[in-house]
Structure formats: structure tokens, C-alpha cells
Design a protein around this ligand. Structure first.
Ligand SMILES: Nc1ncnc2c1ncn2[C@@H]1O[C@H](COP(=O)(O)OP(=O)(O)OP(=O)(O)O)[C@@H](O)[C@H]1O
Ligand SMILES: [Mg+2]
Length: 232
């Protein structure tokens, strides 16, 4: 009990440290843009642009705080998750349907191959959020007109879900870090895709809460594969 408390506290402290650190960059840009907007010499049209920048940074700060709170809440509720029997295949189908909506914008096709209907005990919302985060990434880090392949299989012990894309992949040295809160492979590369770097950290917490396993590896030719294993 004491040990668990200690463990939680360290996770919370670490998250707080990470959050405060990450809030700094958008905060600095916000201050700069506001300062420039307030300068008398700034033209009306430039001022509007600086204010737009402020708006953007505020939205970004909001998103980061929201994501960090979600992660923190998740870390707190891990032990009290309510598992119910659910149709895992149907859940994955539903997620793909929703993600396809966004993928259409870049003409990316998400395919599913599933052996058969899989039932397991889990928390619907946690699993939904974990898998959505991984598929969102696959779509986000893939080129237009490509395919994201989702496959679902089982053996006696596990249901295994693999999300495989044809995108840019991840440098080998970064593979282990992907699930760390706020970790993003390359700030310059990832800035244009937006995001906080919390999606996979959230996914990992949710999968661990199910005594499952999540890991990433690069495909032989191109892109990343993320595997999620859940005990049956
Ligand atoms: N399918 C992928 N292909 C290439 N890189 C990936 C992929 N998935 C994740 N990454 C890398 O891992 C990093 C962490 O992913 P994560 O989902 O945690 O954060 P994010 O997508 O940057 O932001 P968020 O999910 O919080 O909006 C990403 O910034 C990206 O660099
Ligand atoms: Mg993400």
C-alpha cells in the first residue's frame, strides 16, 4: 500500500515536472506574439497576425493541459477500472469507422483483417481511447494515398491487434521512448503535425491497466507497426 502510494506520487511528480517543462515553449511564444502585437510600430495587419498566433498558442496550451489532466486521471483510476465482457472485434471496427472519416482527408485507407469475432473482458472507453490514439498516429504520420493495415488475431492467451502503416517510421533509438509522456521524435518534423506527445503514453497506461502489452517496431520496408496484446 505504502509502496503503491509512493509509486503513484512519483508518477504524479514526474508528470507535473514534464507538464511544466512542456508548457514553457508555447507560453514563451504567446508572450512574444503579445509583445509584438502591443508595439506601437506594428501595423494593423501584422497585429492581426500576432493576435492569431496568440489564439493558436492558447489553444495549444489548453490542449496540453487537457491531455495532461486526462493522463493524470487515468493514472489515478487504473486500479479501479471496471472490466466487462465486450466484443473486441466490433469495438475495433467502430474505431476504424471513425478514424476513416479523418483519413479520407488524405485519401488514406484503413483496412481490417480479423480472424473471427473476439470477446474479452475490458473497459470499453479505455480500450477505445488507446486504440484510437494508435490509429490516429498511423494516419497522421503516413503519406497521402497510403494504406493503414489493422489486423486482429488470437491464440489461447492473447488477442493481438497490430496497426501497421507505410509512413516515415521512427529512428531505432527512439522506439523505446515513444510511450513516455510528451516524447516526440523530432520537434521540427512533428511540429507541423501538431500534438502533445501524450497519445501513446495514454494508450500505454490503458493497456497496462488491462495487464496487456503495447510496443512498436519499424516494418522491414517502411513505416511503423504498433502491437497491442490483451489477455483473454
Ligand atoms: N505511426 C507512427 N509513425 C511515425 N512516428 C510515430 C508514429 N506514431 C507515433 N510516432 C512518433 O511518436 C511520437 C509520440 O506519439 P504520441 O501519439 O504519444 O504523440 P503525438 O502524436 O505527437 O501527440 P498526441 O498524440 O498527444 O496528439 C510522435 O510525436 C511521433 O514522433
Ligand atoms: Mg498521437
Amino acid at each position: 500500500m505504502a509502496e503503491q502510494l509512493q509509486k503513484n506520487q512519483t508518477a504524479q511528480q514526474r508528470l507535473l515536472g514534464d507538464v511544466s517543462h512542456e508548457l514553457r515553449s508555447p507560453m514563451t511564444r504567446l508572450q512574444m506574439a503579445l509583445g509584438l502585437a502591443q508595439q506601437e510600430s506594428t501595423t494593423q495587419s501584422a497585429r492581426e497576425q500576432y493576435l492569431q498566433r496568440c489564439q493558436l498558442e492558447i489553444e495549444r496550451l489548453n490542449q496540453m493541459i487537457e491531455d495532461a489532466l486526462a493522463l493524470s486521471r487515468l493514472e489515478n483510476t487504473l486500479k479501479t477500472i471496471e472490466k466487462k465482457n465486450l466484443n473486441f472485434t466490433a469495438l475495433v471496427q467502430k474505431i476504424i469507422q471513425e478514424e476513416q472519416f479523418v483519413a479520407n482527408e488524405t485519401s488514406i485507407q484503413i483496412t481490417l483483417s480479423a480472424e473471427k469475432a473476439i470477446e474479452l473482458a475490458g473497459d470499453h472507453n479505455l480500450l477505445f481511447s488507446a486504440i484510437s490514439n494508435v490509429i490516429t498516429n498511423a494516419v497522421k504520420y503516413s503519406p497521402d494515398n497510403s494504406i493503414v493495415e489493422v489486423s486482429l488475431s488470437i491464440n489461447e492467451e492473447f488477442a493481438t491487434l497490430v496497426i501497421c502503416d507505410n509512413g516515415i517510421g521512427v529512428p531505432k533509438a527512439s522506439l523505446g521512448e515513444l510511450f513516455t509522456p510528451f516524447y516526440r521524435v523530432n520537434l521540427a518534423r512533428d511540429r507541423k503535425t501538431g500534438g502533445t506527445g501524450l497519445g501513446l503514453a495514454i494508450a500505454k497506461q490503458a493497456i497496462i491497466a488491462h495487464q496487456g502489452n503495447i510496443f512498436a517496431k519499424n516494418n522491414k520496408v517502411k513505416g511503423l507497426s504498433v502491437t497491442i496484446q490483451l489477455p483473454l
